[in-house]
Design a protein around this ligand. Sequence first.
Ligand code: MOS
Length: 750
Amino acid sequence: MSASANSIIGASVTRIDGPLKVSGGAHYAADHFFDNLAVGVPVASTVGNGRIVHIDTSIAERMPGVVAILHHGNTQQLFRPAGSFEPLSRAGEVRPPFEDDRVYYYGQYVTLVVANTLAQAQDAAFHVRVDYDAKPSIVDLAAAPPPEGAPHVHYTRGDAASAYDSAPVKVDQTYTIPVETHNPMEMHATLARWDGDKLILYESSQGVVNHQHVVSEMLGIPVDNVQVLSPYIGSGFGGKLFPWPQSLMAALAAKRVNRPVRIMVPRSLMFTTVGHRPLTQQRMRIGAAEDGKLLSLQHDVLQPTSLVDTYVEQCTGVTAMLYSCPSVSANQSLVPMNIGTPTPMRGPGIVPGLFPLESAMDELAIRLNLDPLALRLKNYTEEDPSFIPARPFSGKHLRECYEVGAARFGWRQRTPQPGSMKRGGEILGWGMATATWHAGRGSATVRVRLNADGTARASCATQDIGTGTYTVFAQIVSQKTGIPVDKIHVVLGDTSLPDGPTSGGSTVTATVVPAVDQATQGAVDRVIAAARKMPGSPFQRVSAGDDPPALKMTAGRIHAADASPESGIPFQDVLVHHRLAALEAESRTAPDPATAHEFSAHSFGAQFVEVAWDPGIARLRVNRALTVIDAGRIINHRTGRNQILGAVVMGVGMALFEETIYDPRNAKPLNNNFADYLVATNADIPDLDCIFVEYPDLHLNDYGARGIGEIGLAGVAPALTMAVWHATGVRVRRLPVRIEDLMAGQPMTA
Ligand code: MOS
C-alpha cells in the first residue's frame, strides 16, 4: 500500500478534465464535425405492435439535400455470427435495426433519412409515410398474459413458506416502481466514419471496448477494423453501457452514402430506443418473531421486458444477503410487452429491490412498535447468508454507518407516532433505510509513460462518464512519482488504447487503480535502471564493491532510498541524458480468483431523510438527507462525495417524481420530454450530507478502494417514503409519491 499520511490518495483533487468541460474544449460525440458530414434522422414507429405494410419515400427522396433513405426493404441484413456471443459483448438491444417488417415497440426505428443538414433530414423524415398493420399493444401488467413456465430467477434457503405460516408476526405487501427513463444531459449520439475498411465511431458510450466488439460481431468485420471513441460523456446512468441501434444505423448509412454520418437520438426517442429501468411489481412477505427476529422472507417479482430481449432486473439478490434470516425464497418472472428493451439504470436490481425490502422492514417495525433502526440491528448479519455455508464479507462496517448516521441526524429525538413531530405549521417526518451495493473488480491494462519534459501520460480504453476517472488515474500516477496532477495527461475513451473496463457496476476505480499503480511502477523502474547507467550520476557514488544504493522516485526526482529527494535528480534529467523522449510501461491486473470465492464483497450504507408536510396547502418537501457510506478507501473525497450526493438527488427524483407513462392504445410514452417527465431540480433538493466511514478493503485491491457510483441511490426511496409515512400516516407503496395519495389520507389541518 502506497498511501501515506499526507498522501494525494483520498485528497479532494478537482477534476483534471473540469477546465476543458466548462470551457467547451471537451468534444462530445455529436460535437465532432467533418466537411462532408451527412446527418441521419430516424423515423420511428408510431404503433407499438404490428407489421410495416408499406414505406412510401417518394416525396421525401426528392426533397432538398436528401442523399439516402434506409429501411428494411433496401438495407443489407445485419447479423451476429453464430457462436460469437462472448460474455464481453452485449448490445442494448440484441436485434439489429431494419431486420424485417416486424414492429415490437413504439419508437422502434423503421426508416433513416440521411441528408446534408439536420433541418433537411428532419423535414424529409416528416414526409416519409409508413403504413402499418397494427395490433393492440400490451403496456401494463394487468393486461398482459401471466408469465408461463419456471421463474427466470429463483432462490431458496430453508422453508420460507412454512416459516411464514407459523410466524407470529406477518407483513404481506406489494410495492410497485414504475418505468424510469435515463435522462442524462447528453443524449445518445453516434458519428460514423469509414476509412477504407476501417470504421470509426464517435460515441457516447460507457464501454468503448464492448461497443467495439458488438459492432464487429453485428457487421461481421474484424475487431481491429472498428475504433470507438468516447473521451467525454455527459453521463449515462447505465443507459450507455451497451450499444443501441442508432450506432449500427449510422455505420450502415455512412457506408451507403460514403460520407461520415451523424445521428443524434432526440430526447423523445431517448424514451423508447435506448433502455429504461423496467417497472417492477414486487410482493414482499416477512414473517417475524415477537421480538423482531426475522423468520422468513419471501420476495416475488413481476417485471416486464421487451419482445426483443430478455432483460432481468435482479431485484431479489439483496433480499437473500442483507439480513440474518434462516428462510428466504425469491422468484422473478418476466412479462414481455410492447415497450423497448429495458437496461440497467444506476443501481440496477438492488435499488428497486431495496424499496420493497426496506419498506416492509419499516412496516414490520411499526407493527412491533420497534425503532426501525433497532429492528435492523436485531437482524444484523456479520456474514453473507445468501451463500451456503455463509461467506465472510471482505469488509462490513454497516453498524458504524447506522451509529454515525443516527448520531449526526439526531435520530434518538424521533417520536414514532405519525404526525407527532411538528415545527411551525409543518409536520416533520423522519425515515431511514439501509443501502448496499456489491463491490466488484475486473481486469484492466494501463500504459504509463514518463516524458522528458517532466510530464507523465497514462492511458487506458476505459472512460470517464463524469465520475472522476480521469482524476483518479492522475492521482495514482502522482502518488507513485510525485509528479503534480497538472503535469499528468490522462487519455481514456478510445479502443486503440490498452484494454479497459466498461464504466458500470461501480467497478472502474477498484479495477483500474491496481493497473495504474503497477504500470507507473514499471515506468519508474525503467527510469531508475537508466539512472544507474548515467556516468557521474549520484547513483554511482558508492565505492567499488559496495552494492549500488536502492533508488526510488519521490517528488518527481530519482534518489537513493535512504536519502532525501533533494539529494537526487529530476527524473527528466535521466531521460534527457539518454536522449530519450520517454520511457513507458504497461501492466495488466486482474482480481485474484481465489479471494473472489472466499469473500463476499459489498459496500454498505445508512441513509436518513427528513421531509416536511404542510397539510394546509398539501405541500411535501424534503428538508435534509444524510448518507453514511462504508465503501472502503475513498480515492478522491471530492468526486466521491459528488457521486453520493448526485445519487441522493436521483433518489429524490425516484421517490417523488420519476415515472414514464405509456398510452395503452399504442404504447407511446406520453411524457417523453423534460417538461412532462419530472426529475429533481435545484428547488427540490434538500440539505445534503455524506460521511464516509473509511476502512480500506484490502481483499479487493492494495488501495482498499471499492466503488461508489451507485450505492448513494440505494436507500433513498424507502427512507423517503418512510419519512412520508411518519409525517402523514400514509404508506406509499406505489412510486412516485403522489400528492393526491397524501391528501386522501389526511384531514386538511395540521
Ligand atoms: Mo451503471 S447502471 O452500471 O451505469
